[in-house]
Ligand binder design. Sequence first.
Ligand code: ATP
Ligand code: MG
Length: 283
Amino acid sequence: MALKDIQKTFGAVVALRGVTIDVMPGETFALLGDNAAGKSTLMKVLTGVYQPDAGTIELDGVTTEFPTPSASRDRGIEMVYQDFALADNLDVRSNIFLGREPQKNFLGPLVKIVDRKRMETETERVLARLDIPIPPRLKVKRLSGGQRQAVAIGRALAFDARLVIMDEPTANLSVAKVDKLIEVTQRLKDLGIAVIIITHRLDEAFAVADRFAVMRQGEVVGRYRTNEITETQVAHLISHGTLDDYVESAGTESGQKRKIGSTSSIPVVAEAAAANEKKKDRS
Ligand SMILES: Nc1ncnc2c1ncn2[C@@H]1O[C@H](COP(=O)(O)OP(=O)(O)OP(=O)(O)O)[C@@H](O)[C@H]1O
Ligand SMILES: [Mg+2]
């Protein structure tokens, strides 16, 4: 999958100024960058939510267009949302198939009803693929954060995703759940599914990603394999847009979990809470 030279403008705001990225099957790719860098907008172009003003989307080397979100989904591209967007009052199988329930004939071909049996067996199949067994009839409100995440990703697997996009999947999760995410990402990799993960957490990006791109003000300012560069260098790139003026400062900040674009050393949890407050204010 490749996005080539994507441009997108909203009125006076240029959100994307010609962005190119590519992801291989089974590869985990992190999209990094400060607030308003254009990460979510780029993924909305890939999932058919927005149409680019210029640039192309390629699947298997063939140029394609996604006029709607369902066109993108039909080609195996699935988005997992930040809060996992699950319906608490429904059970696991209903959440996996929400809005896309399989149907079967009822007393002849004229009347169709939802095929709950198939939903149940398919739910068991996808959760087994993730190695996270959850009873298909359990209400989602009873699930832990990690289990909710599995259901959200299970939604993607039930429809044979080849690329799963996660926009800030761990923003509301504890450290233990972040570990689980790393495990799930590894499962997706083993299944040959590509993953694009948007995150503000460098430790998380370095833990899961094979490669990453740093975006700033609508442009890619760097792309690396995770073994080519340090977290501190990436943090500098995110806030300055270049490594030209990067100076190695002995020992400082290494080992501390820092939020991208931030120069403070407040614990990650407090920062995540602050970021959430900010998001609430904006919406
Ligand atoms: N629907 C829209 N209408 C107008 N402007 C928009 C719209 N969507 C995004 N933008 C603008 O485009 C720019 C990029 O936004 P985007 O949401 O892609 O950033 P981001 O990298 O995902 O940031 P964050 O890390 O805060 O989620 C911002 O300046 C934003 O205000
Ligand atoms: Mg965003």
